[in-house]
Design a protein around this ligand. Structure first.
Ligand code: GDP
Length: 832
């Protein structure tokens, strides 16, 4: 911008270039020419340093002097005059402002002075007040000291001590302290802070411990603290010794206790307990818990006595006395119907219910509460209305052995199917007797004898085959054979001699539970022992409650429910889970305490999950504990042949200490029901060329059931053997890194079949191993020939993206198949 346009032609100026030029001067001798374009009049704006003297400071006065001779051409006198006036006015204004600023500044300074004075005044007053206080305090302290000294050493009069000096508070050097040195020290410390802020206060570092021990050498005391101190001193002087007489308490401490609760039980201040913990090197808040050992330390420190109790003791109030024989009375059997899907479980349950509910009762059973009772020749039978294995095993897993008899439904027109086998194994694992109901005999294609012979293969020998298991031919649709079935059940019940004591406090199991909009949490409870009555206080799982109402399977309110009777229970404080055990207790506080304890225990258990049923742990447990000499496992395989081979191989493994027991073996994907059985029996699941389906996978994760996949029987056998003998070597472990679903199959000349896939989980990696799964069964294992994203060969495809995949040397791929992508790594195994 500077040094421009000199000599240059400007646009639109009639008067030539020179006439419109202004030279500007700046400090340091810099100048600048400005070309001004004029239109009608040639008016050149005069600029601050248009004149020579460059030294002139152009502060706020543009053309300071306005010398007419130097006046730029074209400016009229009138104009100049106006400008000069304006200038003068501006100057006047400026000096005025200057003056005002000065005044303001002065005022401000005065104000500051005043404030300072006020502050000082205040401080002085405060100091005086404090000094007065201190004097008073010292007076007290001295009196106290005098008393003490008088008591202890009559020969040395207290008056001889330099107390009077101390009252002067100033920066008095400590004169050889004697009996009352503590008080004096304290006093001096307090006397200092105001007078010499920078000595006593800053000289020593304030440590946490000092602060905790009452601020020795620490911060300045507040007025309130002073007052408190005085008050204390006064009390002490007035024979406060008695107050310090401590009540020694017996403090009950469980395995772990929350700090505030411990304080509460000792009747001590929470802050004191926290302080004591800190003094012992533990930084805890009042809401954290400490173990019993730490608690003992603290309790003793406070001079109380500790009484250790086990957490589980709270459960002891639950009446667990064995019933005397003479108190026992027969109770109805509880029956669960199991079998393969579509073999007619639901139909059979409905048929029994409809046929047997007293005909005269209007509407019959109006309500589904998860169980119902029927009568057969005067004997009551209780049916669980939730068919299927999941319910059965989940209840067993939760500790409720509810079922007395299993009715195994097998369709006569079909055969023994995978779930039939599963049901058999569930019943066996639970040690519950079975009755076989051969259903659908009304069908022309029915072949009951085939069912009987099929069952032989699974070690179920029915009566007709000279065995012990009762078998009845029924038709759920036609209603035939129902009486015989019920009679068979009644007979079985008789053999079992089921008994209970209706006179004791009730216990039972939750069959179903839900949160009802209108009624709150509702649980269907099957009473197993004793009698549940309205008004009873109970604990159920992690919940508790007081029976507000009982509703039976006919939807009617009843006042009590005896053994084997299912009832809906209202009055819970929360929703329990199926399989939870209900116990009646005496008081509400007991119920509450147990529920709280269980909740905590469950939390701890969940936290420790993962430490559940792994093969290694089971083996370790089996070896450790003498009672556990069996390792239960579940086997699922791709074909019957391999399942059998595995079972045989497994059963051969074992020595005097440990034996492998195959709880259940089957063909096909690992299902939720398998996981349920595994959990209930604490067994791992072995998948041989099969995979767990999605629900099973999540159930296994949730319940901490281990699933192990194998594709070579020797590997499996070796693993189990190694685990059994405790020789766990490095293991090649597979990790599944991704799954892809085949959406479409293309034929590409030169390449062969290419799968158009969507990566559904994880990542597909070109270098990884792959398996082709059809219905969760492994049908091929190998490597990839190609992994394409659009037209490009890529190394990896992420979840959610589409890609093309082709197998090396394998072509049988179909839409809907799943590709499993895995990597192998060697891991050092440990026995944990
Ligand atoms: P679930 O899956 O075991 O509970 O079986 P369902 O009770 O739902 O029955 C499956 C199918 O078999 C239904 O269509 C029933 O009507 C039919 N079904 C059940 N029992 C019989 C029977 O005794 N005879 C005939 N013909 N069909 C039956």
């Amino acid at each position: 911008m500077s040094d421009t346009t000199d000599g240059k032609k400007t646009l639109g100026l009639r008067g030539g270039p020179r006439s419109g030029q202004v030279k500007q001067s700046f400090s340091h001798g810099r100048t600048k020419n400005v070309v001004v374009e004029t239109k009608r009049k040639r008016v050149v704006v005069p600029k601050p340093g248009a004149t020579k003297p460059a030294a002139e400071k152009p502060a706020a006065t543009p053309p300071a002097g306005g010398d007419p001779s130097k006046r730029p051409g074209g400016i009229s006198d009138a104009e100049l005059d106006r400008r000069m006036k304006a200038l003068a006015a501006a100057k006047a204004r400026e000096s005025e402002e200057e003056e005002q600023r000065a005044t303001e500044e002065r005022e401000r300074a005065e104000e500051r002075e005043r404030r300072k004075a006020e502050l000082e005044e205040k401080e002085r007053e405060e100091r005086e007040r404090e000094e007065a206080l201190k004097a008073k305090e010292e007076e007290d302290a001295r009196r106290l000291a005098e008393e003490a000294t008088a008591k202890e050493r009559a020969a040395e009069p207290a008056a001889a001590q330099p107390e009077p000096d101390a009252a002067k508070t100033g920066p008095k050097p400590s004169a050889s302290p004697r009996k009352v040195d503590r008080e004096r020290e304290q006093r001096e410390r307090e006397a200092k802070p105001k007078a010499g802020r920078d000595d006593g206060r800053r000289s020593g570092k304030l440590t946490l411990n000092q602060a905790l021990r009452g601020g020795e050498g620490g911060r300045q005391r507040s007025m309130a603290a002073m007052k408190r101190k005085q008050e204390r001193a006064r009390q002490k002087a007035m024979g406060g010794q008695e107050n310090r007489e401590k009540v020694v308490r017996e403090v009950q401490v469980p395995e772990s206790i929350v700090v505030s609760e411990l304080a509460n039980r000792m009747s001590e201040k929470v802050a004191d307990v926290v302080k004591a913990l800190m003094n012992n090197g533990m930084m805890l808040t009042q809401n954290q818990s400490i173990d019993a050992d730490t608690a003992e330390l603290i309790v003793e420190e406070f001079g109380h006595r500790i009484v250790r109790v086990s957490d589980a003791d709270v459960e002891q109030v639950i009446d667990s006395v064995d019933d005397k024989d003479e108190d026992l009375q027969p109770r109805p059997p509880v029956i669960t119907v199991m079998g393969h899907v579509d073999h007619g479980k639901t139909s059979l349950l409905d048929a029994i219910r409809n046929a047997k509910v007293v005909a005269g009762e209007a509407g019959g059973i109006t309500q589904h509460i998860g169980a119902y009772q029927v009568e057969q020749n005067g004997q009551k039978l209780t049916f669980l209305d939730t068919p299927g294995h999941a319910a059965f095993t989940s209840m067993r897993a939760r500790g409720a052995q509810v079922t007395d008899i299993v009715v195994l439904v097998v369709a006569a027109d079909d055969a023994v199917m995978p779930q039939t086998v599963e049901a058999i194994n569930h019943a066996k694992a639970a040690g519950v007797p079975m009755i076989v109901a051969i259903n659908k005999i009304d069908k022309p294609s029915a072949n009951p004898d085939k069912v009987r012979t099929d069952l032989l293969q699974h070690e179920v020998v029915v009566e007709k085959m000279s065995g012990e298991v009762q078998d009845v031919e029924v038709s759920a649709v036609k209603g035939t054979g129902l009486d015989q079935l019920l009679e068979a059940i009644a007979l079985q019940a008789e053999i079992l001699e089921l008994k209970a004591n209706p006179e004791r406090a009730a216990s039972g199991a939750v069959i179903e539970a839900q949160l009802d909009v209108g009624r709150g949490p509702v649980a269907t409870v099957l009473v197993q022992n004793g009698t549940l009555r309205q008004g009873d206080i109970f604990v159920v799982g992690e919940q508790w409650g007081k029976v507000r109402a009982l509703i039976d399977d006919k939807g009617e309110r009843v006042s009590e429910a005896g053994p084997s009777v299912p009832v809906e229970v209202l009055g819970l404080n929360g929703t329990p889970e199926a399989g939870d055990v209900l116990n009646v207790v005496e008081t509400e506080s007991q119920a509450r305490e147990i529920a709280r304890y269980r909740e905590q225990a469950a939390k701890d258990k969940r936290a420790a999950l993962g430490a559940a049923t792994t093969l290694e742990q089971l083996m370790a447990n089996a070896k450790e504990s003498e009672s556990v000499s069996e390792l239960p496992i579940l086997v699922k395989a791709d074909v019957q042949g391999s399942a059998e081979a595995i079972v045989q191989a497994m059963e051969k493994i074992g020595n005097e200490e440990v034996r492998v027991r195959v709880l259940h073996s089957g063909v096909g994907a690992i299902t939720e029901s398998d996981i349920g059985l595994a959990e209930a029996s604490g067994a791992p699941v072995i998948g041989f060329n099969v995979r767990a389906n999605a629900p099973a996978r999540s159930a296994a994760n949730q319940k901490g059931v281990e699933i192990r996949y194998y594709s070579v029987i020797y590997d499996l056998v070796d693993d189990v053997k190694a685990a059994a003998s405790g020789l766990l070597s490095a293991e090649v472990r597979e990790t599944f890194i991704g799954y892809a679903e085949i959406k479409e199959v293309f034929k590409v000349s030169g390449v062969g079949k290419v799968a158009g896939c969507l990566v559904t989980e994880g990542v597909a990696r070109r270098s990884a191993g792959v398996r082709l799964l059809r219905d969760d069964v492994v049908i091929h294992e190998g490597t990839l020939k190609t992994l394409k994203r659009f037209k490009d060969e890529v190394a990896e495809v992420q979840s959610g993206q589409e890609c093309g995949m082709a197998f090396e040397n394998y072509d049988d791929i179909r839409q809907g198949d799943v590709i499993e992508i895995f990597e192998r790594e060697e891991v050092e195994r440990t026995l944990t």
